[in-house]
Design a protein around this ligand. Structure first.
Ligand code: C5P
Length: 223
């Protein structure tokens, strides 16, 4: 049998949403099942890699054979990612909340007549951009995701440059596509060389395809 494609490689994947607390019982969240990110972690493991999955509170179970670090907030996710470096490649599939509540309350906020609370939001760190621009520990291959509802490829191209990553996996998450939370995905791979339109496939197949592309890229690089 052929040697596994990613044997000897260390691969990091982020997946799932983040939850940003308002108080001990309430939070702000992004919509993400974790299906695609977890499938990528599983596919990388199946290809022989050592895999670290940094997962937000996802709906899907932890994949087998993978080191899983659970994080709730964006700040915790960034810390877990930084602690996991160095890696050969990193895939940022998590749907990270862009903002957190500035002063989350230690106590449950009481509902008082005529006085809805005002939440002040502050920007969360961009985990993908932070790692893509990491001076010494930047992975050789940094892959981001772009979930868009319009002009999917154009926005993904901009995002690739703005975030400093190598590839963007772009998908159309308009409600009518059923991709959000569903099992099928239609993606476009945006690289420095151009755009590849991949056929619609299960999230598991998209994961295997991406992992194979990553293995080829890592194998082709001079070391
Ligand atoms: O800018 P946008 O959120 O659309 O970018 C999506 C990409 O950036 C995804 O790969 C996502 O995992 C990553 N991201 C991140 N940290 C953030 C926001 C997005 O890693 N705070």
């Amino acid at each position: 049998a052929e040697a596994p494609l990613l044997k000897g490689r260390r691969i990091l994947v982020t997946s799932g949403p983040t939850h940003e607390p308002i108080d001990p019982v309430r939070y702000i969240a992004n919509r993400s099942s974790g299906k695609q990110g977890h499938a990528i972690a599983a596919a990388a493991r199946a290809a022989g890699a050592e895999v670290i999955l940094v997962s937000g509170p996802a709906e899907v179970a932890d994949p087998k054979g993978v080191k899983v670090i659970h994080a709730e907030t964006a700040q915790q996710m960034l810390a877990a990612v930084e602690e996991s470096l160095p890696v050969d490649a990193a895939v940022f599939a998590a749907a990270v909340a862009d903002w957190r509540v500035a002063d989350a309350s230690d106590q449950k906020i009481k509902k008082t007549a005529g006085g809805a609370p005002t939440l002040t939001l502050v920007e969360n760190p961009d985990i993908l951009a932070t790692i893509a621009r990491h001076g010494t520990l930047r992975p050789r291959l940094v892959v981001g995701f772009a979930a868009e509802t319009q002009e999917v490829v154009a926005h993904a191209r901009d995002k690739r440059l703005r975030k400093g990553c190598d590839w963007i996996v772009a998908n159309d998450v308009s409600p009518e596509t059923g991709i959000m939370g569903g099992d099928v995905n239609t993606v476009h791979l945006v690289t420095a060389a151009g755009v590849e339109d991949w056929p619609s496939a299960s999230k598991a197949e998209v994961a295997r395809h991406l992992v194979a592309r990553m293995a080829a890229e890592l194998a082709g690089e001079a070391r």
